[in-house]
Design a protein. Structure first.
Length: 327
């Protein structure tokens, strides 16, 4: 079968499409004929060699797929061969066939196209978990999202109105992306430059932000703490810049502001509480099925187009959610 293989840390020069052996499901697993696979920044971090993302090279990227069940491992119930599903594999999803845990494989309801469904497990479902589970979003909250023009940022803009609504503010790494973020649903979006604190405080009428969703490691944490309203929540859910993670602020600063800093890892949640992830996936698929949610994606025609898209994502030039046609 064909699969995208990353041969060593680096850039697109170390990614290539190869013929490899088809994987077989073990106990509690299923194999899926992949129709579409979603692209995620986690694969970019793996490609550049960030600590904790790759245990050995060569590496098979791809952590969200949509397709049909090909084979069932021992003990799997509730799924049958030929079912249309989305799945969250540990890796290897950018391939014609992938193996995933049955607990993280969810049927696609009628009316949801597989190209859209492939963007749900780590895109919209992660956004749902960030808001409802980690961020404890309540209607009327002011929400600040760093990297607002990316896949997660765009998904959050879709979900906030469905969860009761609130003021939505985004930050972007390139000035030209601010207008695009506003088009996706942000009330305001600002370039992350030296005037960002004043811009955000102005957009909140000086009240600060109730919920901050931050994929930048700890690079913006001091800013987050300055912008958080009393009782504010800060959710750290990645390290897009790849830099060193700094120590967290002293407890006194958190106590004084009644602030909460929460860590979120989709990978950790999938390993330790897969039912939570599957439930979020199902919620989002139902929203898509009944038309309350739309999911625009940028479709890549083949696996060979993926490395160039990873390059765009790595440099901050990517826009929205990319999915690759595999079948």
């Amino acid at each position: 079968m064909r699969a995208l293989v990353m041969t060593a840390p680096g850039g697109s020069e170390n990614s290539e499409v190869r013929e490899i052996e088809e994987p077989r499901p073990g106990a509690g697993q299923v194999s899926v004929d992949v129709a579409y696979a979603g692209l995620n920044f986690a694969d970019v971090m793996a490609r550049r060699g960030d600590v904790g993302y790759v245990s050995a090279w060569p590496y098979l990227p791809g952590k969200e797929v949509a397709g049909t069940v090909r084979a069932l491992g021992e003990g799997v119930t509730g799924l049958t061969i030929g079912d249309q599903v989305v799945a969250t594999p540990a890796g290897g999803g950018l391939a014609q066939v992938v193996v995933a845990e049955a607990a993280l494989t969810v049927p696609v309801p009628p009316g949801v196209a597989l190209r859209q469904a492939s963007a749900v497990p780590l895109g919209l479902a992660t956004a749902m978990l960030l808001l409802s589970d980690a961020g404890r979003f309540t209607p009327g909250d002011t929400v600040l999202v760093h990297s607002a023009s990316g896949g997660i940022g765009s998904a959050i803009a879709q979900l906030v109105p469905l969860l009761g609504g609130g003021r939505l503010i985004g930050t972007v790494g390139r000035p030209e992306k601010a207008k695009g973020a506003v088009k996706t649903g942000y009330d305001a979006a600002f370039h992350r430059d030296v005037g960002l604190r004043e811009a955000v405080m102005g957009a909140t009428d000086g009240q600060g932000v109730d919920l901050i969703l931050d994929p930048l490691g700890t690079a913006a944490l001091e800013l987050d703490l300055d912008l958080a309203a009393p009782g504010g929540r800060i959710v750290l859910f990645g390290n897009a810049g790849g830099g060193a993670i700094n120590v967290l602020p002293p407890a006194g600063r958190l106590l004084a502001g009644n602030l909460t800093i929460t860590g979120f890892s989709h990978r950790g949640l999938a390993a330790g509480a897969p039912a939570k992830v599957a439930r979020a996936i199902s919620q989002v698929l139902e929203l898509l099925a009944d038309g309350r949610l739309e999911l625009p994606v940028t479709e890549l025609g083949s696996l060979a187009d993926v490395p160039a898209a990873h390059d765009l994502m790595a440099t901050g030039a990517g826009i929205g959610k990319y999915v690759a046609q595999v079948a």
